[in-house]
Design a protein around this ligand. Structure first.
Ligand code: 6GU
Length: 250
């Protein structure tokens, strides 16, 4: 999987993604990262890439030509044009299932906007997907692109080790993760739940499942609608006051 990022802040993206697990994957060549500075494609002697908005109003707008040329630089010679994801609060909200799907692409181009926005014509010309990472406003698309790349990269085979592998974790099957503990057995008077020290594997699994169900019910009840739940799961949730919908009746 190769990620291309078109941005005015290449160091931010490069430094962020070269850290930790994504950094290790880049080093090993499991994923590729190509960060392109849109400013390198300015025609202006002062390297400007933005101008005042037609029709007036506050702020500046990124001009179409430098972005188009940065995109051309990345895609020339490719026989299949990759998807181009524009990061914007107006896009479709990013979720785990999107990360899973995007991990199958061979290459993806991310376009990070800044200032008050990007000239609509270059978006119409090159962008295939508009994505938001949540209902809040960022100063630019860089952090959003980094969030997406991190979430996508960890779904690419070989990026996580077996130990790190994400089979049992939040959103696998739409349940939140159960709590984890390590040494010491007592921290500031708080003991590790006794069942985890018991060595009784089946009881531990049951305790963890119940913790996941309880957390999901308390913090993200919306996720339970999509979760794959057994008869035992429903029975336990009912003891916590959960009422299943009639269509999930089995
Ligand atoms: Cl994708 N971009 C920006 N600029 N702000 C955001 C966002 C994206 N998602 C949430 N807020």
């Amino acid at each position: 999987m190769k990620f291309h990022v078109l941005t005015l802040f290449p160091d931010m993206v490069q430094n962020g993604l070269e850290t930790s697990i994504t950094g290790r994957a880049i080093e090993r060549g499991t994923i590729g990262l190509n960060v392109v500075n849109i400013r390198d494609f300015s025609h202006d002697k002062h390297r400007h890439v933005d101008d005042y908005p037609y029709g007036g109003g506050a702020g500046m707008v990124m001009q179409p030509d430098p972005i188009y040329e940065a995109w051309t630089h990345v895609t020339q010679g490719m026989d299949q044009k990759p998807r181009v994801i524009y990061l914007t609060p107006q896009g479709r909200v990013f979720r785990q299932d999107m990360a899973r799907d995007l991990a199958h692409e061979e290459e993806i181009i991310f376009l990070c906007g800044h200032y008050e926005g990007v000239d609509e014509r270059v978006l119409d010309e090159i962008v295939t997907d508009q994505v938001s990472i949540g209902d809040y406003v960022l100063t630019g698309g860089e952090l959003a692109a980094m969030v997406m790349i991190d979430a996508i990269a960890r779904m690419v085979p070989g990026v996580l080790t077996n130990e790190e592998s994400g089979t049992y974790e939040s959103f696998y099957n739409n349940l939140l993760e159960y709590p984890q503990y390590t040494r010491p057995p007592v921290f500031r008077g708080r003991e590790v739940p006794e069942v985890l020290l018991s060595g009784h594997h089946a009881r531990i699994e049951e305790w963890r499942r119940r913790q996941s169900l309880e957390r999901t019910l308390r913090h993200r009840p919306d996720l339970l609608e999509q979760a794959d739940l057994s008869r035992e799961d429903f029975s336990y949730l009912e003891t916590l006051g959960y009422k299943r919908d009639s269509w999930t009746d089995q």
